[in-house]
Ligand binder design. Structure first.
Ligand code: SAH
Length: 454
């Protein structure tokens, strides 16, 4: 098909949908135009900036009929920063859009008819992220800058605050760059590979209030470390741990292999529900703990444990869901591909005094069939795979072994729908799907699905 519009055309369009990047979608004779900043149900005058064979891009000239859910984005950096996509949509509007998105994807991709419940959102959808990874650099005048990246780019938007991060992260964002020159620390420059300070990572435990600040430096030798520690203590008086991580490589990966303690404790402690977790500089941990608790409570509800079940938690990470389940199950076996995460899971199980958990590192699709062969069977199986969904071999194992209940925690509705179809064709019935908003102002949506063998 040839494009019905060409570059520099101006036209009036009706916006039908939103993409995963948060762009509005309009159709011109069936040809999709992606329009930054436009919202569903709006009519807008747009200017075509690029056309490809099957789709094109346009910019808003004027919103002629705004959506009733449109709001002024509260963040002054929203238009440049790539962190949030939906601040111009009211939070209620975001939740409505996510609910419809999950329902449409279930029907379109999986032909799944199970009820999709309204999204469980946050009461106060701001300052929810417990981990900020702030890149530092310098501008043309040689002054330090710090902020977050522009969409799909590595250029930093210099900022003083971020509405989804903690106050402690803001204190580092706004304060540390002003102090760097005085203490003689040069920010790192990605292009010249010169300078010292690459990133500052700020982590906060919501339940205990403990705060960790990690300085990622180019070299281990860090002569200004005492001054850096004193500055951080001044900016973040409640800091409990200050760490240095060394990354000497030309890379955009944040962390290097070596981490040393500069001051205070090596870890911070957080709790989700009644379970305690130890978080170190590099350990994986959910970034929205308040909603993580909502998500895991839902998974636990759907698992409907009476106390005598054996449960498998596939893709268990540091065992967060496993330990939640272990409170109500006879035994929980967790499997995860990253060995370090399994070490964390075992430590956290011990920290909480659990004796009914077992963790093993390896690919779920290989470890679980072996467990079954060894007689380690499960009544309930929980999966929480990465965005690409469950491995086909794991789904086949479920269909052969037939645990009576499956709880599927998903961060990608499209692969969830695909996998639910496979499970339904193999004898399971999806009972209910509960979406949970873990990332307000982004287009992401998590969902928990509950399946029973019928
Ligand atoms: N359930 C955890 C983590 C979920 S994220 C939590 O809620 O915190 C998905 C996890 O799957 C990641 O930790 C990733 O390392 C792991 N993973 C990816 N592929 C895997 C595989 N083939 N087998 C086992 N784990 C895998």
């Amino acid at each position: 098909m040839s494009a019905p519009v060409k570059k520099n055309d101006r036209l009036t369009v009706y916006i039908e949908d939103l993409t995963h990047d948060g762009n509005g979608v309009a159709k011109v004779d069936g040809y999709p135009l992606f329009i930054q900043g436009a919202l569903p149900s709006e009519t807008a005058e747009v200017h075509v900036v690029k056309t490809l064979k099957n789709y094109g891009f346009a910019k808003v000239v004027e919103i002629l009929e705004p959506s009733s859910d449109r709001v002024d984005a509260p963040c002054e950096y929203f238009k440049q920063c790539g962190g949030c996509q939906l601040q111009h949509l009211s939070y209620e509007g975001q939740l409505k859009w996510k609910e419809n998105m999950v329902r449409n994807v279930m029907q379109r991709i999986g032909k799944i008819d199970a009820p999709v419940l309204p999204v469980k959102g946050m009461e106060e959808p701001w300052h929810y992220r417990n981990k900020a990874q702030i890149p530092f650099s310098s501008n043309e005048a040689g002054q330090a800058i710090a902020g977050f990246y522009k969409t799909k780019s590595h250029s930093i938007v210099d900022m003083e605050r971020c509405l989804i991060q903690t106050g402690e992260a803001d204190a580092i964002l706004a304060g540390l760059k002003k102090e760097l020159a005085a203490i003689g620390v040069r920010p790192y420059n990605e292009l010249s590979h010169e300078g010292m300070l690459r990133h500052v990572v700020v982590r906060k435990a919501r339940a205990t209030g403990e705060v960790m600040v990690v300085l990622v430096t180019k070299k281990k030798k860090f002569p200004q470390k005492d001054a850096a520690v004193a500055t951080i203590q001044k900016l973040v008086p409640n800091v409990t741990s200050i760490m240095q991580n060394v990354n000497s490589d030309k890379t955009n990966v944040i962390f290097g292999d070596e981490t040393v303690n500069l001051w205070g404790k090596d870890v911070i402690i957080d709790t989700i529900g009644d379970v305690r977790f130890e978080i170190s500089a590099r350990s994986f941990y959910q970034v929205n703990p308040e909603q993580t608790e909502v998500l895991y409570k839902q998974a636990l509800d759907y698992a409907n444990l009476q106390g005598d079940e054996r449960v498998i938690d596939a893709y268990c990470g540091i065992g967060t869901i496993s330990l939640f389940l272990a409170q109500q199950a006879k035994a929980v076996m967790g499997v995860e591909i990253v060995p370090q995460a399994i070490e964390d899971a075992k430590r956290n199980a011990a920290l909480n005094g659990f004796t009914n958990t077992y963790f093993e590192a390896g690919p779920a699709e290989e470890v679980i069939p072996r467990w079954y062969k060894e007689g380690k069977e499960a009544d309930v199986l929980v999966v929480d795979p990465p965005r690409k969904g469950c491995d086909e071999a794991l789904l086949q194992t479920i269909l052969v072994q037939r645990p009576k209940r499956v709880v599927y925690v998903s961060c990608n509705p499209a692969t969830l729908a695909r996998d639910l179809r496979i499970l339904e064709d193999g004898g399971y019935q999806t009972q209910e799907i509960q979406p949970v908003d873990m990332f307000p102002h982004s287009t992401h949506c998590e969902a928990v699905a509950w399946l029973e063998l019928v």
